[in-house]
Write a protein that binds this ligand. Sequence first.
Ligand code: ADP
Ligand code: ZN
Length: 725
Amino acid sequence: MSASPVTPRRLAVLLPLPLAGAYDYALPDDLDLAPGDYVRVPLGGRTLTGVVWGEALGAVAPAKLKPILARLDFAPFPALSRRFVDWVAQYTLSPPGAVLKMAMSVPDALDAPPDQVVYAPAPAPPARLAWTPARLRVQEALQDRPPQPLAELARLAKVGPGVVKGLAEAGGLIAQRRARDPLPGRPDADAPGPVLSADQQKAARALLASQGFAVTLLDGVTGSGKTEVYFEAIAACLRQGRQALVLLPEIALSAQWLARFEARFGAPPVVWHSDLTHAARRAAWRATALGEAKVVVGARSALFLPFADLGLLVVDEEHEGAYKQEEGTLYHARDMAVVRARLSDCQAVLVSATPAIETLVNVETGRYRRLHLPDRHGGALLPEITAIDLRRAPPERGRWLAPPLVKAIEDCLAAGEQALLFLNRRGYAPLTLCRACGHRLQCPNCSAWLVLHQRIARLQCHHCGHAMVPPGQCPACQAEGSLVACGPGVERLAEEAASRFPKARLAQMTSDTVSGPKAAAELVRRMSGREIDLLVGTQIIAKGHHFPWLTLVGVVDADLGLEGGDLRAGERCFQLLSQVSGRAGRAERPGRVLLQTWMPEHPVIAALVANDRDRFLEAETQARREAHMPPFGRLVALIVSGPDVNAVEAHARALARAAPKGEGIVVLGPAPAPLALLRGQHRRRLLLQTRRDLLPQPLVRDWLGGCKAPGRVRVQADVDPYSFF
Ligand code: ADP
Ligand code: ZN
């Protein structure tokens, strides 16, 4: 045996890269490192920032081992966050580096923020200072305000920046240095909240009594005060000095929620979503990591922020499909929030008026506790829901509003109240076809029709964004002017509404017309201020807004969501329509909801009309139980995709041949995905279904490990799939 060289000490470092597990690096003698430390390491000619993950794996030969270059001076990536990254990676079958990348989404947040110069009034300005009117305005602007940066001060005082500089040089202002990120506001736990009703109090007490890890479903109709109740849990968390995280499905659209929070706690929460400026993201990330952000409200990705001491998680509208991330690492934020709470040994509160079947089954089996708020606050009545049978009362040709709905809108507007028309379809028309030859305009990259958007005069693919000017002649038969728009989208509905109710002040609310949080807040303000009589929109109007004068909701195509035909189509449709209905009559004025449908006897429609949520959910749950579908069985979808249809097909078949077998395991497919062509990629799907007590992840790992995809063919695993496209 030869003398072994001195083996350098080594550590495993995880890098935020989509295709990586942890790599080994040598630990130089002069560095003292612990797991969680952020370090700079070399990788293929670059220098990257990663996190010390733990003991070395030992796979790299000593000669090839690269050294860790430096340690960054920042609070370590917390141990709980490391366990969370590993857990999510394991569960979703993703590389840990891809999950870490979500947690380290603002790399430069680790650097100390640059200082900033701010100006304060000089305590003793020179007696001979000339106080021009402009200078006086600057002085005034600083009354009751903390020191301000130059540009901001000039803006506030309505003077040029030269005036501020001049005043500083003359000794009227003093310049100070301050860290650039302002500290987040401090929500006040003891600010007085509303007086809770007896039911609300009972629920709040139960939340406060909870210790350690627990999951609670806060179940109550819209307007029952669920938000007020979980605000109490936030207050309790603040009193303990710990951090709270609230997930909202559409944070960019939640101006009303933010205003309510600030009114209740006297300071805004720290906000986290993809529309933030880089500086705001950076400040939010740092404040969360350093424990300065006491309440964070965010979209699903907020779950991966490196909280210093997380003491409460709230998932509002827990049933929302938006919580499933459908790109990159495919995870469900509600489920991962429960995991995160377990790691932190704290409470998770799931909030909904129409809880997911998965959640209700967890209540039934005793894993989750349920707190119930049965009534709307202040005695507001639930809206009366009626179906309009389109077979008996069809709209006129080329129109979409049936006579009873038209009449109801007229009455509502005549009474000076507001109405909302809901159609979950963007654009003007979902399909354009040629009257001469029947040709349908399709996306060249996707198996999907092009949607006409008249506002911008484009045909658009909603899957890949392909857009074109509507052609003057049919691309198939060259007939002139033969293309017709079929079916309604919100734009077309708004057109009809404008012609039927010419005096009504009309507005549209869709993701095409409302570009961001500001535009959404403005629309909500106009609606609340009764500057709008009739609002036409897609599902973004369903979300949590509270308009006291809104008394009529017309659902133009209640059957639309039922067409999907996947596992959860009925449940989703029920949830969405309940939520839209919940917009009507939240204050003293009772609300009405009219559902236009071709199948009033469908269980979803019947349950909505009868206001019988529980019977509907029982039937749905039973059907799932019988079919061994989630949550009674487990699903993993494999999506095989690539540019070459033959290679994709061949690999999908190879996967099917190599599929795991055994008791309680079923593999379906391969089948062309409903979107068999998406963004130029051909797609095939396989579906693994296992019994609930069989973990599918190890099966899938072995399966994919033994059946390597050829180049240009990609296999994506989707654990607990929600989308079947
Ligand atoms: P949910 O979250 O269940 O939809 P909210 O908490 O939004 O219900 O309450 C609906 C409305 O009723 C809100 O305007 C809220 O401020 C008001 N509200 C609820 N509970 C109370 C209460 N105890 N006192 C005063 N107002 C309340
Ligand atoms: Zn397309």
